[in-house]
Design a protein around this ligand. Structure first.
Ligand SMILES: NC(=O)c1ccc[n+]([C@@H]2O[C@H](COP(=O)([O-])OP(=O)(O)OC[C@H]3O[C@@H](n4cnc5c(N)ncnc54)[C@H](OP(=O)(O)O)[C@@H]3O)[C@@H](O)[C@H]2O)c1
Length: 336
């Protein structure tokens, strides 16, 4: 094995095709998977392929440390990474230290993947456990219906990261008795929001668009074709609701937030076109509102069922018309 680790050269078989490669970083080379792959690579080297395989002891390169991973990959710039490093331990260990497990795994994965890309590493293979498939379903699991697939359904990297962060909080609470609370929040609008007339928060973008049209004397304003339903929460309502939730006794919150989070939002669903009409009235625009298939409005998120929070004693108090009017006033004040 020593020869393999010290070797230099360029050809190794990988996957189904033979591809030229000079340097492999074997992450987790002391683990079960890493050792097995090293054995295979050694056989290939003995068969005449020249392979340079980089390895680092965990003491020398802790993959949870971003700066260390960056330095290593920038220095070595391997052609390929075989990512077989991971937090060890079966279900029992995971049950007793879930917060450590999710944190260590997230840090290792994020650091290696992100720093590989930054260092220009083009190829990597990594291993994800079969636990990504829901338990209890009949038959062999195919490459769909996994947690990854469910996350992809929202096709939102922000939501994917936030969902993982929510599990991190959940596991901290279980493992360390912390009291980290999560509120799944409806689309917000209000002072401090993004008023860009094209890309801003939808209610605020509409206010700006109709405001500009009214001032310019335009007789028509275009909005997108989608008539998705959404609901919107004024940011001052969110502030009140957040403090309400923070003030709840731990036992009460924990009993209510069985899934590890609570929804906060308005249950008043409104279509994109009705929202546009409301915003136009607030600004005093009186021209026509037309549909433009080429225009892509931000699609509002789903309406949230905020029943749990209501049963705990809190509901939003700012209606959409009032909230839009207050936002419009703020917009004027902020613009001077
Ligand atoms: N084993 C399975 O059944 C199975 C199934 C599906 C997927 N996988 C995935 O395959 C990968 C390897 O599994 P495995 O069974 O070979 O695991 P393993 O035997 O526990 O080996 C893990 C390796 O990762 C290293 N490591 C752990 N924390 C590290 C850190 N912070 N920095 C640098 N290196 C670190 C370990 O180093 P030390 O030796 O110093 O601890 C060890 O070399 C994991 O990602 C796992 O999720 C495994």
């Amino acid at each position: 094995m020593r020869a393999l680790l010290q070797g230099s050269g360029a050809e190794i078989g990988f996957g189904t095709g033979r591809t030229s490669m000079t340097t492999i970083y074997m992450a987790g080379h002391e683990g079960m998977v890493g050792r097995a792959i090293l054995r295979r690579l050694e056989e290939r080297r003995m068969g005449g392929e020249e392979i340079t395989c980089l390895t680092r002891e965990r003491d020398a390169l802790d993959l949870r440390e971003q700066a260390a991973v960056r330095h290593f990959l920038q220095e070595t710039r391997p052609d390929v990474i075989i990512m077989a490093a991971g937090r060890s331990g079966g279900p029992a260990v995971r049950a007793t230290a879930p917060a450590d497990f999710i944190y260590d795994t997230l840090m290792m994965e994020a650091n290696v993947i992100h720093e590989a890309r930054s260092a220009g590493v083009q190829r990597m293979v990594r291993f994800v456990p079969a636990g990504i498939y829901p338990a209890g379903e009949e038959g062999p699991a195919q490459e769909s219906r996994s947690l990854i697939d469910m996350l992809s359904a929202s096709s939102d990297p922000h939501a994917t990261a936030k969902a993982t962060g929510t599990k991190l909080c959940d596991y901290c609470n279980r493992q360390a008795g912390t009291d980290y609370r999560t509120m799944v929040t409806a689309d917000l609008y209000g002072p401090g929001g993004d008023f860009d007339s094209e890309t801003g928060d939808l209610p605020l973008a509409f206010l700006h668009r109709f405001h500009t049209a009214r001032n310019a004397g335009q007789d028509q304003v275009a909005i997108g074709e989608s008539d998705a339903l959404g609901s919107f929460l004024h940011v001052d309502d969110l502030a009140d609701g957040a403090l309400f939730v923070l003030d709840l006794p731990k036992a009460e919150y924990t009993a209510a937030a069985g899934h590890g989070y609570l929804n906060i939002g308005s249950e008043h669903a409104i279509s994109v076109s009705d929202l546009a009409v409301l915003a136009s009235r607030v600004t005093g625009y009186s021209g026509r509102i037309v549909r433009d298939p080429a225009r892509r409005e931000t699609r509002p998120s789903r309406v949230l069922d905020a029943g749990l929070l209501a049963r705990l004693g809190w509901s939003p108090s700012i209606g959409l018309a009032d909230g839009l009017a207050a936002s419009y006033d703020w917009f004027f004040d902020a613009r001077g």
